[in-house]
Design a protein around this ligand. Structure first.
Ligand code: NAD
Length: 555
């Protein structure tokens, strides 16, 4: 079996026995077309794969081509293992990736099982074929900085300086997200190649820290957005600003701090020397990276004490710092409780559509449709005003649009109608990130600091996945994942809008329940916005499930 790359199906011709199977095949091809290391089937996140190995990938493709309208393909950690006869409205594909029993769910044991060829890491969207490259990452970061602006700066980052680090696969989104919120970003990365690769998002590469700060200050005084990149270590920059007695308004970080050997780079060596040290003496590398990380987090804590808005951006920085002896690392809040939870509470999250035709004109039409349907959603309108010009198309044209409970079903039904009417050139896939209202349990991120202490309760993503199956999504997946195995579990789902009446029915059920269980998860935990929203949502919840029930035994 060869490592021949897959093509990327476009246009209106079918290679499978129906559009639901063809749509999933194109999502798989698109995931690999956007992959960081397609030759290894690695899509993103260092290890997140689309299939276990090349024979498995070819077998998945063959199975999808053969799959009937009442068949369901079963994929176990990137390998197809069976096809069962189910129902026409049942999922066409069911996926489970990287799941281990809790006691075995350690990175070390996972690595052994993976090396024995028994499992693979699917990250969030790699293993369930919903990855859309850079098109998928900017809006969540834009929403986060927007919430930060509303919370601390009256709704805009104009005149504010955001200090951060990391211009990698995910971190690059910080550049457009800060400037779309009108702020000034000072972003450092140790790797000049990363800065070069993100040139389209960067206004200026500074010569040194003094130059960077001067440019940032000047832009902030003019209240103009600016992205300044600097080749430097995050710890050195944070300490350097403190030494100079100057402070940003906001500080965060998206270096790969979750991995102190493969990701986070210690202060001192340049990237080539760091790579050499990593291979030659991994123990020494880890020791130095740990020291740097501790300095980095201490500097962020000093900034916080001086009034800077500091938050962790989902990279496990605090856990690593705590293990490195920074006892108060968790004084820094995580970005979900700080900024994203109110969105999740009303089921608002990273909904996205992918134009299976490959035509940008289809996406333009769907952008217009969203603008028309949600004219009173200012955040969405601002996003859709800027995203088309700022976000390059990668693979199949796609748009991410944070929509809430109710809005998702409305948009999906409208998309299905446009497919039925032939207004778009081919069917459209609708999917989402696992980082969503009801689909993830990750106690140091998505479910950190739940008011009732239920951060580690992992029933919710399983319920979410089962609802996806019950509602007739085309693909439903359960993963154990994120930066570290054992740290989280989550669920994914995709619906192919083929224009049929049956798909209208599936959409109504899936997009009611998928964000709906997110609202319920937050309401039962006592998140006030979710409790308020629940009362007008039409979602039926027995009062016993809610934290302040009016009377025992009633509903
Ligand atoms: P990546 O590995 O692609 O990029 C990390 C970047 O950090 C690299 O460019 C590297 O050169 C740079 N870097 C490493 N150490 C540095 C240091 N000490 N100083 C300055 N630069 C340094 O990773 P990514 O995909 O961009 O993800 C970044 C982190 O964000 C990861 O930990 C990831 O798990 C986390 N993450 C967060 C979210 C979220 O929703 N907030 C989503 C996905 C990933």
């Amino acid at each position: 079996m060869t490592t021949t790359r897959l093509g990327l199906g476009r246009g209106s011709a079918l290679r499978c026995r129906g559009w639901r199977q063809e749509g999933i095949l194109r999502m798989l091809e698109n995931t690999l077309a956007n992959a960081e290391r397609p030759e290894d089937l690695v899509v993103y996140g260092g290890v997140g794969k689309a299939a276990r190995d090349w024979p498995s990938l070819h077998a998945i493709v063959a199975a999808l081509r053969e799959l009937g309208d009442e068949d369901t393909l079963i994929v176990q950690s990137g390998r197809p293992v069976a096809v069962f006869r189910t129902f026409s409205h049942a999922p066409r594909v069911l996926v489970a990736n990287a799941n281990l029993v809790p006691r075995a769910a350690t990175p070390e044991r996972f690595a052994e099982l993976r090396d024995a060829g028994l499992t693979m890491h699917g990250q969030y969207t790699a293993g369930c074929w919903a990855y859309i490259g850079g098109q998928g990452i900017v809006q969540g970061t834009y929403e986060t900085f927007g919430a930060c602006a509303r919370e601390s700066f009256g709704g805009s980052l104009a005149g504010r300086i955001v200090l951060t680090a990391g211009l990698g696969g995910m971190g690059q989104a910080q550049a457009p997200a800060v400037s779309m919120n009108r702020g000034v970003a000072l972003i450092c990365d140790v790797d000049p190649a990363k800065i070069q690769r993100r040139a389209h998002y960067i206004d200026v590469v500074a010569a040194d820290l003094d130059d960077a700060w001067r440019r940032c200050r000047a832009a902030a005084e003019r209240r103009e957005p600016l992205v300044v990149a600097l080749v430097a270590n995050a710890a050195d920059v944070a300490e350097g600003l403190l030494d100079r007695g100057v402070l940003p308004d906001v500080a965060t970080d998206q270096t790969s701090a979750h991995d102190l050997l493969g990701g986070y780079v210690p202060s001192g060596p340049d990237v080539a020397a760091a790579a050499e040290l990593r291979t030659r003496d991994p123990g020494e590398y880890r020791r130095r990276a740990t020291q740097t990380l501790a300095r980095h987090v201490r500097a962020l804590l000093h900034m916080q004490e001086r009034g800077v808005v500091v938050f962790e951006y989902g990279n496990d920085l605090r856990r690593a710092a705590l293990e490195a002896g920074v006892a108060d690392a968790f004084a820094i809040p995580g970005f979900v409780p700080a900024y994203v939870r109110p969105s999740f509470a009303v089921g608002r999250g990273p909904f996205r559509w992918v134009c299976l035709s490959g035509e940008v004109t289809d996406r333009d039409l769907l952008d217009d449709t969203a603008r028309r349907l949600f004219a009173d959603d200012d955040r969405l309108q601002r996003w859709l005003a800027e995203a088309p010009a700022r976000i390059p198309t990668e693979g199949l044209p796609a748009r991410i649009c944070w929509l809430g409970h109710g809005a998702r079903a409305r948009m999906a039904l409208e998309i299905n109608r446009l497919v039925r009417d032939g207004a778009v050139c081919a069917p459209v896939a609708i999917t989402r990130d696992h980082l969503d209202a009801g689909s993830c349990c990750y106690p140091t991120r998505e479910t950190e600091g739940m008011p009732d202490g239920s951060d580690e309760i992992a029933d919710w993503p399983y319920l979410n996945a089962m609802l996806g199956v019950a509602g007739g999504a085309d693909l439903v997946a359960i993963h154990q994942n994120a930066g570290i195995i054992g740290g989280s579990c989550s669920a994914g789902m995709t619906v192919i809008c083929d224009g049929s009446a049956l798909t209208d029915e599936r959409i109504i059920r899936c997009f009611e329940a998928d964000p709906g269980i997110g609202v319920v998860r937050h309401a039962t935990a006592g998140v006030p916005q979710a409790i308020d929203y629940l009362a007008r949502s039409g979602i039926r919840v027995p009062s016993v499930a809610l934290p302040h029930r009016p009377e025992e035994g009633t509903e």
